[in-house]
Write a protein that binds this ligand. Structure first.
Ligand code: ADP
Ligand code: MG
Length: 272
């Protein structure tokens, strides 16, 4: 079992503090959802875990199997098994999808080892088929001219090809119609297993109708303010996020828990 642990993480961008002490433990075999209103720092959390240069960690740590990954570059983090599906995937002209993933897979191999082209193509075709994507996809430039939904499926395609131990999926549901949502949900569910842990970031509950989730965390104002099980998803779907503030005694814009709820909530249970 592998562990990805976020400890009292504070992140700034341009001297503006976005994350204000995030704590989270994800083990392989577990699927966690992080939900929260817009602008609460969900994407910042995802990007900070992956090592995006625009975010500085001002306090706290990110540990992979008890070792800090903060000194590691993005590609080193990737090769150690962390994967990020971005909320807004980049378009890269001149690099085909197939070349991009081939290079990423080759970079994971030991020196002197070569990727089998035959096995790669078979694997790629199978995953394109699983995701019901257009068969011309390997030859198209990375995300160039793709619809929003195609870009999101392409992120899942990369995840399935690279087989990370920890996948962070940032609003993978945005831009997907109902059919695509089901396909993406099914493909994420298929990844479940003892070597796979996921952090699924979403604004709405609808993706979570299709994915089996073990833990749900609510993020507000740069902190995780509540953790629990799938009952939280239903409550957010029905009542939005206002009740969380009321229940925790949070002022508007201030997500510092003033009651002792966080101390006693599911977090302790999650860590045992
Ligand atoms: N460079 C920056 N300077 C100031 N504020 C920023 C910067 N980057 C992001 N933010 C702010 O940080 C907050 C969190 O953003 P984000 O992590 O994208 O939220 P979410 O994904 O939850 O919608 C937002 O209010 C955003 O405007
Ligand atoms: Mg976001």
């Amino acid at each position: 079992m592998r562990r990805l642990e976020i400890k009292n993480l504070h992140t700034t961008a341009d001297d503006f503090e976005i994350l204000k002490g995030v704590n989270l433990l994800i083990k392989t075999g577990e699927v966690h959802a992080v939900m929260g209103p817009n602008g609460t720092g969900k994407s910042t959390l995802a990007s900070t875990i992956m090592g995006y240069y625009k975010y500085q960690v001002s306090a706290g740590d990110i540990l992979l199997d008890d070792e800090s990954i903060l000194p590691l570059t993005v590609d080193e983090r990737s090769r150690r098994g962390i994967f990020l599906a971005m909320q807004h995937p980049y378009e890269i002209s001149g690099i085909t999808n197939a070349d991009f993933i081939k290079a990423a897979l080759q970079a994971r191999m030991k020196e002197g080892e070569r990727l089998s082209l035959y096995r790669f193509i078979k694997h790629f075709d199978r995953v394109v088929n699983d995701l019901q994507m257009n068969p011309d996809l390997p030859h198209r430039y990375l995300n160039e001219g793709f619809s929003g939904g195609e870009k999101k499926r392409n992120e899942i395609l990369q995840m399935k090809m690279l087989k990370p131990n920890f996948a962070i999926l940032d609003e993978i549901d945005s831009g997907l119609d109902v059919d695509a949502l089901k396909i993406v949900g099914d493909n994420i569910n298929q990844m479940r297993g003892p070597d796979f842990g996921a952090l699924i970031i979403t604004h709405y509950q609808r993706l979570l109708d299709y994915i089996d989730v073990d833990y749900v965390h609510i993020m507000m104002g740069g902190r995780i303010v509540m953790s629990g099980g799938t009952e939280l998803i239903e409550k957010i779907d029905k009542d939005g996020y206002e009740w969380v503030k009321a229940e925790l005694g949070l002022e508007n814009g201030d997500a510092k828990p003033v009651s002792s709820v966080l101390k006693d909530c599911a977090f302790k249970g999650l860590r045992e």
